[in-house]
Design a protein around this ligand. Structure first.
Ligand SMILES: [Zn+2]
Length: 500
């Protein structure tokens, strides 16, 4: 009886396997020819003369002139073919600001979860790096039928440190947070006697992350913000030990840092990349502090990458913009049911929370927004000027949107990346620098440069067809008309939340 059940299950599993292989073939076997299209690609991107691009099984097989017709042909005359974009700072789990009560989930939660991968694609992002995740979530994400390919970093955190400072010790030292807790000898008194010290060493944690398929290790240097003050930060020796073991395993180490002190820590510990720009600047200055320009030069010399994430601050302030929900493009990124909920009393909790920082001395919502804009102008200007200096000094900039950086409805998937592009323009960067960062450079950062980030033979056919030239103006990214994912052509409008 038992044997029969086992063999029946085996048969049905095999059937599933065959179905999976079959649909995979259907999706990939189709040949595609894009004719007479201008190609933009590479480290020093420029616009090619019109060419044909032939794709089969999701791979670019040939680029040339007058290639033979194939089953599917797209006319690319006067259009631009570019690599699918890569965002190396997203958080894919959950919906910003939505708290479910008593395990009851409103209908819009399912709709929004179904739309999130489509929204990234709608704005051209075909590859994403989730900076705090784990294997099972990313596997589920990548098993969705239409979704950008996701990779992940494993985080290593100290007790009471950012980003788990709000959790009780009981919660921190129990699963699943405990998997990210490293043993920090400087805090030895905090660990309960049953904490598995020998398993939570930098070496063992890095090796486990590698085995799970992580691309990177994320560490944090954050002394506090808002109501969080004097948070513990990791000692440099601990971070250097993590870096040493990560590099042995071919993993990069990315540091959360957004102040002078934390950027100094990043330079001193020699992490591979810093995943925020510098918005806290000035009040911590000492005679020994580097100037912004000196920081930028040091990043260029040491080849430590910097990801400005300007939209973290810019998006936070927009929560107070009275006309935010009138933005036309929002209907494409989130279902109407969720947009309506955000505008309800219940959905406004994050705005009400933040508004406590601004007192009652304002006349109306417009007046409050002006006050907020004024308060945010200093950190935003810090970010913009520092980002420009990094580019001028030749430091490597990684494009990352940090979507969402908090419980904010102003940082929706996909569109937040598009807005981050605008912020790079505000900083005075060129469309070429932006393009390279979103394609070749980000592909290199995640070790995928052999298969994504360029339009060339042998590369995965993750491509975008645009009506305008993105090296002339950033608004060209609003003219995407087709997203090609693994060689499969998707009309952009089909990815809109209005088509869900
Ligand atoms: Zn983040």
């Amino acid at each position: 009886m038992l044997n029969q059940t086992v063999s029946k299950n085996r048969i049905s599993l095999w059937c599933l396997f065959l179905v999976a292989v079959f649909s995979w073939k259907v999706a990939f076997a189709e040949e595609l020819l894009i004719r007479n299209v201008h190609i933009i690609s590479g480290d020093k991107p420029n616009v090619s003369s019109p060419k044909d691009v032939f794709i089969r099984d999701g791979i670019i097989l040939n680029i040339g002139h007058d290639l033979p017709p194939s089953k599917t042909v797209i006319e690319g005359k006067n259009q631009y073919l570019i690599p699918g974009l890569i965002d190396t700072h997203v958080h894919l789990q959950g919906i910003p600001g939505v708290i479910t009560k008593d395990g009851k989930q409103p209908k819009f939660v399912d709709e929004a979860i179904a739309q999130i991968p489509r929204s990234y694609l709608y704005f051209g992002f075909t590859t994403l790096l989730d900076l705090i995740s784990h294997r099972s979530f990313i596997e589920d994400w990548n098993n969705q039928s239409v979704a950008p390919q996701a990779f992940f970093c494993h985080s290593i955190i100290i007790p009471d440190g950012y980003p788990i400072q709000g959790n009780s010790h009981k919660h921190q030292f129990s699963s699943p947070l405990v998997h990210s807790l490293v043993f920090n000898p400087e805090q030895s008194e905090l660990y309960p006697s049953n904490f598995p010290k020998a398993e939570q060493t930098p070496e063992k944690m890095v090796n486990r992350a590698k085995n799970e398929g992580a691309r990177c290790i994320k560490v944090f240097y954050e002394k506090g913000f808002g109501r969080w003050k004097n948070l513990p930060v990791p000692p440099i020796a601990l971070i250097q030990e993590i870096i040493q073991h990560a590099h042995k395993q071919d993993l990069i180490v990315l540091l959360h840092a957004n102040s002078q002190t934390s950027h100094e820590f990043g330079l001193a510990s020699k992490v591979d990349g810093i995943v925020h720009g510098m918005w806290h600047w000035g009040n911590l200055s000492t005679a020994n502090t580097l100037t912004k320009r000196q920081f930028a030069k040091r990043y260029a010399e040491t080849n430590i990458w910097v990801q400005p994430t300007i939209q973290v601050i810019a998006g936070e302030k927009e929560i107070f913009k009275p006309t935010f929900f009138l933005h036309k493009a929002l209907e494409h990124v989130m279902p109407k049911s969720l947009l309506d909920w955000y505008q309800s009393d219940e959905g406004q909790w994050m705005k009400n929370d933040l508004s406590q920082n601004f007192g009652n001395d304002f006349e109306d919502a417009e007046d409050l927004y002006l006050k907020v804009k004024d308060a945010y102008s200093t950190p935003i200007n810090n970010l913009l000027s520092f980002t420009k200096m990094l580019s001028q000094e030749g430091a490597t900039l990684l494009f990352g949107s940090d979507t969402p950086s908090g419980p904010f409805y102003t940082q929706f998937p996909g569109i937040n990346g598009r807005w981050e592009m605008d912020r790079w323009m505000d900083a005075g960067l060129s469309p070429n620098v932006l393009f390279t960062s979103m394609t070749v450079q980000n592909a290199r950062a995640i070790g995928m440069e052999a298969s994504i980030g360029q339009v060339s033979v042998g590369m995965k056919a993750n491509l975008l067809l645009l009506n305008e030239n993105p090296l002339v103006d950033v608004s060209a990214y609003d003219t995407i008309n087709k997203v090609i994912l693994n060689g499969v052509v998707i009309d952009r409008h089909m990815l809109s939340a209005t088509e869900l």
